[in-house]
Design a protein around this ligand. Sequence first.
Ligand SMILES: Nc1ncnc2c1ncn2[C@@H]1O[C@H](COP(=O)(O)OP(=O)(O)OP(=O)(O)O)[C@@H](O)[C@H]1O
Ligand SMILES: [Mg+2]
Length: 260
Amino acid sequence: MSMTADAVIGLEGVHLSYGSRRGSVAALEDIGITARPGEFIAVVGPSGCGKSTLLKLISGLLQPTQGVVRLNGKPVTGPSPEVGVVFQSPLLMPWRNVLANILLPIEIRGLDMATYMPKARRLIELVGLSGFADRHPYELSGGMQQRVGLCRALVHDPEVLLMDEPFGALDAMTRELMNDELQRIWMEQRKTVLLITHSISEAVYLADRILVMGPRPGRIIGDITVDLPRPRTLDMSESVEFARVANQVRRLLSAIGQMD
Ligand SMILES: Nc1ncnc2c1ncn2[C@@H]1O[C@H](COP(=O)(O)OP(=O)(O)OP(=O)(O)O)[C@@H](O)[C@H]1O
Ligand SMILES: [Mg+2]
């Protein structure tokens, strides 16, 4: 039996090359990842090392050139209802209000609106957007739009949540608030999470494990366990363990010529 067969997310010997008329670009090389149920994994690595590519493979938008990507033991062949994705920019539809944006995946999948409407409203409350359900994206701040994106990824109650630098465009304070929001939702719902981030401190703050990737073609050069209690608080970011883990990640990145 395969090592990753009982994992929620399992990648084995995954290579991905992008083909073009001018030849092919190797983006990922020999990637192996196992995510257990409810685990929170952060991925850090230099620009262009294949982090978004990795997320596209797990969400079924790309197929590996070699190797296998599994969700709950089954090879991924296309987008799956078990997965919710949050992109770097929230990509909301400007003519739809908050509620209608959140319900978009339900509409696309042809699921029963009456079932999911209360879920959408509950998520709106959970992320602190009560009273904004009938507002339009232009009436919201960047952080609020990002929260709508998070609700939209969660509305069909996926088992797996994939996030590609969801808070990269936010100011430092909003980002800290969003980190706490995300931790709260994760502690309540226990999704299996894969979060791509450029921020080492965000990775340490949120993750159970941090995967560090090397430059293109991306490989995993470090798998670091974060042994801090939950819920994590800002005070902990001054703790010895926090600094130890952050430095471990930083050393791996600086060994390949990358800074924080
Ligand atoms: N559709 C594509 N066609 C050809 N090459 C691509 C395509 N998408 C990405 N690449 C190449 O694959 C490599 C990995 O890209 P990817 O977007 O996964 O990197 P990343 O780690 O997410 O970078 P960043 O941190 O800047 O977002 C890059 O070298 C990029 O040029
Ligand atoms: Mg990317």
